[in-house]
Design a protein around this ligand. Structure first.
Ligand code: SDX
Length: 425
């Protein structure tokens, strides 16, 4: 007997049924609406809703698999560079030698930001402005510097905005940091690689030329690869939502940056380090885990994931990168607490039963801190490479001619009421 790849739903109020095919792991809500007009699929947080189709990134949460355009993240982290991965995400294929050289040249020659962005905009912030708040604002401001940004259906003009955004994120990030610590802005050094240039703009002081330790340059490049895309996460959904309204790439990216800023998303690595500092010692790990389990409002930051119900493959790679970095910087003393937390949590039924494992944020903050980045820079470090993934999804949604994102709601408010003048209330 052939088992049909379909579901049948019946409206018990009318006895009418409809069979809906299961295609590519999904069923069409349009078919649902044919039988049940005005009955909405209620799915807070879109936990079981496919908002779109996409060919960019594949995740298997149960198996802990992550692939960019079919290439396993482990192989890309081992053999690729962030700029090559950015090209792959955007174009769908790995570049050949010429394509890669042209791409690197294009990005390298767009690393500068308009002087007004630095002098008048970034330096207009309060002295203790959070760098992620500065980045969100600066990215949106870029849309006012490129009049052609709104021509989003001209592939050549759109590509230029994409190259500008990928190239300028490190410059904006470093500028925000330098401002927040009262250091002079460092111009991009186009003789350096993408990651090396970022570290130069972050750390150069008075020396004419700054080159970070190659091990740290490589570590940043790998971390950028690991953070470049992650399917329909919260910030990518924000990008697709803004992009579906045909907002320009800069404004849409600012929306995505704002979503990433949240502690439940890109702000988690900042929350992990604060949590480890609060725990303070290995002896306090068990009591902390106990308080998490007792639900005193604390969560084990850096643990759990909407999709991964297994070890986040990126966390495994980052854990290895950490040891390479600590070879140069010295071990982050919080590492021992993190390792103990992981050991205790992974053997505790509360976490096992909820399939809570370390995610990408659990170890990344330890590396950034060991490299000297202030904790406020951690979400900024996430945003720099994620812009490539966001833009790949932006291009994809435009190519798909996606409808504007406008979900429905389950209304739970008041019925009609008569307005009463103030003296009758
Ligand atoms: C990123 O989506 C992506 O792809 C994101 C990301 C990317 O690359 O873009 O991977 C990057 O955002 C990683 C996640 C970083 N955030 C954190 O580490 C913050 C801590 N983790 C969470 O708050 C939580 O796990 C989420 C937000 C990541 C996922 O939340 P879900 O899927 O909505 O799960 P949930 O909140 O419904 O939790 C399910 C259960 C609950 O227990 P019960 O109510 O069923 O008893 O698990 C518990 C939660 O209380 N739980 C945790 C927990 N995470 C979930 N309990 C303790 N510690 C945690 N971290």
């Amino acid at each position: 007997m052939i088992v049909p790849e379909s579901i049948t739903i019946t409206d018990n109020r009318t006895g009418k049924s409809i069979e809906i095919p299961i295609e590519n792991g999904g069923v069409s809500s349009a078919e649902w609406s044919k039988l049940l007009p005005g009955v909405w699929f209620h799915d807070p947080g879109l936990t079981t809703t496919a908002m779109t189709s996409s060919s960019i990134t594949y995740l298997d949460g149960d198996e802990g698999i992550l692939r960019y355009r079919g290439y396993p993240i482990e192989q890309l982290a081992e053999g690729s560079t962030y700029l090559e991965v950015a090209y792959l995400l955007l174009k769908g294929e790995l570049p050949n030698q010429t394509q890669y050289a042209d791409w690197v040249r294009d990005v390298t020659h767009h690393t500068f930001i308009h002087e007004n962005v630095r002098k008048r905009f970034l330096e207009g912030f309060h002295y203790d402005a959070h760098p992620m708040g500065m980045l969100v604002s600066a990215v949106a401001a870029l849309s006012t510097f490129y009049a052609d940004a709104k021509q989003i259906f001209d592939p050549e003009i759109r590509e230029k905005q994409i190259v500008r955004l990928i190239a300028k994120m490190p410059t904006l990030a470093a500028a925000a940091h330098r401002f927040s610590v009262g250091m002079p802005f460092v111009y991009p050094d186009n003789e350096l690689s993408f990651p090396a240039n970022f570290l130069s703009m972050m750390w150069k002081i008075a020396e004419p030329h700054f080159e970070a330790d190659p091990a740290l340059v490589h570590a940043i490049d790998v971390l950028f690869i690991l953070h470049a895309d992650h399917e329909q996460n919260c910030s990518t959904t924000a990008m697709r939502t803004a992009g579906s309204a045909h907002s320009d790439p800069y404004s849409s990216t600012a929306a995505a940056c704002a979503a990433l800023y949240g502690p439940r998303h890109g702000g988690a690595n900042e929350a992990v380090v604060k949590m480890l500092n609060e725990i303070g010692s290995i002896e306090n790990v068990e009591p902390f885990i106990k308080s998490v389990k007792e639900g005193h409002g604390q969560r084990l930051q850096g643990f759990g994931h909407r999709v991964y119900k297994n070890y986040d493959p990126r966390a495994r790679i980052i854990k290895k990168v950490a040891y390479d970095v600590f070879e140069v910087t010295g071990k982050n003393p919080l590492l021992d607490i993190a390792l103990k937390l992981e050991e205790v949590a992974l053997s505790d039924d509360y976490f096992i039963s909820r399939k809570l494992y370390p995610n990408v944020d659990f170890y990344s903050g330890l590396i950034y801190q060991a490299m000297g980045f202030p904790i406020e820079m951690f979400p900024v470090l996430f945003a720099i490479p994620r812009v490539s993934g966001w833009l790949a999804h932006y291009v994809e949604l435009l190519d798909q001619d996606s409808k504007i994102v406008r979900p429905r709601q389950i209304f739970t408010g008041q019925g009609e009421r008569k307005y009463l003048p103030m003296d009758q209330r």
